[in-house]
Design a protein around this ligand. Structure first.
Ligand code: BDR
Ligand code: CA
Length: 314
């Protein structure tokens, strides 16, 4: 029997981060060791509160630790235009049922990784600040990291500036540290996450589960749909973050190609853009498995199954 992959989710919930929490807690192919938070979609306080509220709504009991407030260089910036004033608008969520860990995100990641008797996979779905800080503070634990599967960047254009995707734009220096780490990296950028659309058919399937949790998820997704329509003129919102986890659960969910990836740190117009060398023109060594094409049915089946499992446990 294959043992479940041990994972730590580093996130900034956020609607699509919230879906990743559900998938991480429910799918038997992974064992969720803990959740750490980073400011991004909202302030650190808001996204941490949201992580705890998502644990409460789905009866999830894992340590949750608060991480970085500001990026490695500069000041934090939020994305209220996409996720609303609370960073998770659209549904009534219960108050947290347990206390935050007294550890910082970096301390909790280090503790969980060092205590594990097998390798651990990190799933960052927000700016990469905590992950970069962990890698810098704990070189002795690099060998215990199986993969870092992150949502961020793009092989194409951006969503926060014309060429930068939000998570990488929010902390390009952290992304640079991760990309140069030499660890096995999997990148789920906008080029693939824009295939993970919460269409009306998907929402109907979730509604049909007919649990309190399923209705909460639909309410959250409906809010997310309104902002994606307003800001990006996209009728169905892309549920970016769970793609990075779905790939770890089932590698056949996406087609991956190995490529050299760097982040633009100094570009006047393109700071935070991921530069993905798809055709080997730079002659650099591939450092990332880049997710290219999503098996949309498999992806939604995993997510809907997770919502069903957790909804029935309540
Ligand atoms: C990323 O930015 C956030 O708004 C989402 O949660 C996702 O992680 C998409 O660019
Ligand atoms: Ca996110």
């Amino acid at each position: 029997m294959t043992l479940p992959t041990r994972i730590i989710l580093d996130c900034d919930p956020g609607h699509d981060d919230a879906m990743t929490i559900l998938l991480a807690a429910a799918n038997p192919a992974v064992e969720l060791l803990g959740i750490t938070t980073v400011s991004g979609n909202g302030s650190l306080e808001k996204v941490t509160y949201n992580a705890l509220r998502m644990c409460a709504v789905a009866n999830i009991l894992v340590p949750v630790a608060k991480g970085a407030n500001d990026p490695i260089a500069g000041k934090a910036s939020a994305a209220p235009s996409i996720h609303g004033a609370t960073a998770l608008d659209g549904a009534e969520l219960p108050e947290p049922t347990f206390e935050l860990s007294p550890l910082t995100a970096v301390e909790l990641i280090a503790k969980l990784v060092s205590e594990s008797d097998r390798k651990v996979t990190l799933i960052p779905t927000g700016p990469l600040t905590n992950i970069a800080m962990f890698l810098q503070a704990h070189p002795e634990l690099h060998s215990k990291i199986e993969h870092i599967s992150f949502m961020g960047g793009s092989t194409e254009r951006g969503n926060w500036t014309p060429y930068a995707e939000f998570n990488i734009w929010a902390d390009p220096e952290a992304a640079d540290i991760v990309l140069r780490s030499g660890l096995p990296l999997i990148m789920s950028g906008l080029n693939i996450t824009h295939q993970a659309l919460a269409t009306p058919e998907v929402l109907d399937r979730i509604s049909a589960l007919n649990t309190d949790l399923a209705h909460t998820v639909v309410d959250l997704m409906k809010f997310f749909a309104t902002t994606y329509q307003d800001v990006f003129n996209m009728p169905d919102p892309p549920v970016h973050d769970p793609v990075a986890l779905a790939i770890i659960i089932d590698m056949s969910v996406a087609k991956l190609i190995s490529a050299p990836v760097s982040v633009e740190l100094t570009g006047e117009l393109t700071r935070g853009a991921t530069v993905v060398d798809l055709y080997g023109t730079t002659g650099q060594v591939a450092n990332v498995d880049v997710a290219m094409e999503l098996d949309v049915d498999k992806f939604w089946n995993l997510l809907i199954e997770a919502i069903d499992t957790l909804g029935k446990r309540q």
